[in-house]
Each structure stands twice: as structure tokens, then as C-alpha cells.
Design a protein around this ligand. Structure first.
Ligand SMILES: Cc1cc2nc3c(=O)[nH]c(=O)nc-3n(C[C@H](O)[C@H](O)[C@H](O)COP(=O)(O)O)c2cc1C
Length: 221
């Protein structure tokens, strides 16, 4: 095997090798242009954004397998990078792995979303998505945008979870005061959703049951 620097030098003097490296570079650049090419689990993988959107499903049953911290950080980073009206970022995220706290969150839900297994309460992680209405942008007519902002951050996080081979669900059917009490959340903050995160135990195909484009799009040309 030639060392990399001698390969670079010989590619400059050998036109055939130069041509080969040039072609490979163009192919890699083209692939990257249309799709995201990333190195993961020892191999190169591609994930189209639309593919992740299609494959994101609401998953409510999870494996007991813990979620790697770096994957959680990637998910939270996706939430952090979300756009918001006037870049106000009126959100915060609480990461819950403590089984006793997860029990309390489960009890605050209207249905048994947090299926209890022999090893404890599934899922392994719950991200509690909070809003700070007082920090959000308000339009001149009084319309507030903090809920929109937080919704975008939630979708960013659920897509990032798919990208990491994980799954989630946005759960809003809970008694907010109970969740706030369980986590000592300040009165001025709002709890928008609970997002259980974990490796999916249920298998679902890509999204299908959506209104067709012709019902929801009006073109003005
Ligand atoms: C804002 C929002 C709130 C939701 N709240 C709940 C909920 O409280 N409980 C639940 O089981 N699913 C909840 N879901 C999941 C929806 O039921 C689900 O997204 C919808 O049925 C479409 O299914 P899919 O996500 O698998 O494509 C919520 C989704 C959104 C976007």
C-alpha cells in the first residue's frame, strides 16, 4: 500500500491516476449533492431527508436497550438548531431517564403510553419539551408564535431520532400540572409534549394515511 502523500504526488505526475481520482471525486460530490452521505457503524450510509420524513412514525413501544448518550446529544442538537420566529428560541428540553420520574410522567398521561416491562418502565428516555411563552415573538396583531416554534423543534428532534435508528412519539395527552409537579417546572413555563425516545419495539411501514396533495395544495400561478 502506497502512503497517502506519495499517492498524491504520483497522481499529479500520472495522468491516468489523476483522471481516476478526479472521476471518483466528481461521483462523491454528486452523491453528496442529492443525498447525505455519512459514515456510521463502520460503513458509509445515505439518508435522504424525504426518506427520513417518510419513515418517521409514532412509536409507542420501545426496547429496553439504553440510548447512547451521543445519539441523544445529536437529537437535542437538532432541537437546538430549529428555526423560530425572530430567533427567540422559546424552548427548553428536560431529559428524563430516572425510572421513578418516568413512572410519574406515565401516571400523568391519559392513556398507558409508557408500557411497563419486566425491566422497568419503557421507554428508556423521555424528552419533556417545554415552552417559555414570555420569551416567544408576538406579531403586531397579538398572534403568539411560541407553540409553532416548539413544534418545529419537536419535529427536528423526531427526524434526528429516525436518523439515529431510534423512534419517538409526540405525546400531548397528559395532565400538565402533574408533569410540572414531577419535574419542578416553573409556573411561567408550559409543558408542550412528552417525547419518549428509544429503539422501536413495534415495526411500522412508511407514512401512507395522509391527504393527497390535490386536497391540500392550491397553486396560484
Ligand atoms: C402535536 C401532536 C400531538 C400528538 N399527541 C399524541 C398523543 O397524545 N398520544 C399519542 O398516542 N399520539 C400522539 N401524537 C401522534 C399522532 O397520533 C400521530 O402523529 C398521527 O396519528 C400520525 O401517525 P404517524 O406519526 O405514525 O405518522 C401526536 C402527534 C402530534 C404531531
Amino acid at each position: 500500500m502506497q502512503p497517502l502523500n506519495s499517492l498524491t504526488t504520483s497522481s499529479l505526475t500520472n495522468p491516468k491516476l489523476f483522471e481516476f481520482i478526479y472521476c471518483i471525486s466528481i461521483i462523491v460530490i454528486t452523491l453528496n449533492y442529492h443525498k447525505t452521505l455519512y459514515f456510521k457503524g463502520g460503513k458509509w450510509s445515505r439518508m435522504e431527508l424525504l426518506e427520513a420524513i417518510r419513515n418517521r412514525r409514532s412509536i409507542r413501544r420501545f426496547e429496553d436497550t439504553p440510548v447512547e448518550e451521543w445519539k441523544l446529544l445529536n437529537i437535542l442538537e437538532a432541537g437546538r438548531l430549529a428555526p423560530s420566529a425572530h430567533n427567540k428560541q422559546p424552548w427548553s428540553f428536560i431529559v428524563v431517564t430516572d425510572p421513578r420520574v418516568k413512572e410519574k410522567l406515565s401516571a400523568a398521561c391519559e392513556q398507558d403510553f409508557f408500557i411497563t416491562t419486566a425491566h422497568g418502565v419503557s421507554p428508556p428516555v423521555v424528552i419533556v419539551v417545554c415552552a417559555h411563552p414570555g420569551e416567544g415573538w408576538v406579531r403586531i396583531d397579538g398572534e403568539e408564535f411560541w407553540k409553532t416554534d416548539v413544534g418545529i423543534a419537536m419535529q427536528n428532534m423526531s427526524l434526528a431520532a429516525v436518523n439515529e435508528g431510534l423512534a419517538s412519539c409526540m405525546i400531548v395527552a397528559f395532565r400538565e400540572e402533574e408533569v410540572k409537579k414531577a419535574l419542578a417546572i416553573r409556573p411561567e413555563e408550559r409543558v408542550i409534549a412528552l417525547m419518549p425516545i428509544g429503539y422501536p419495539m413495534e415495526k411500522k411501514g412508511p407514512v401512507t394515511n395522509r391527504k393527497p396533495l390535490h386536497e391540500i395544495v392550491r397553486w396560484v400561478t
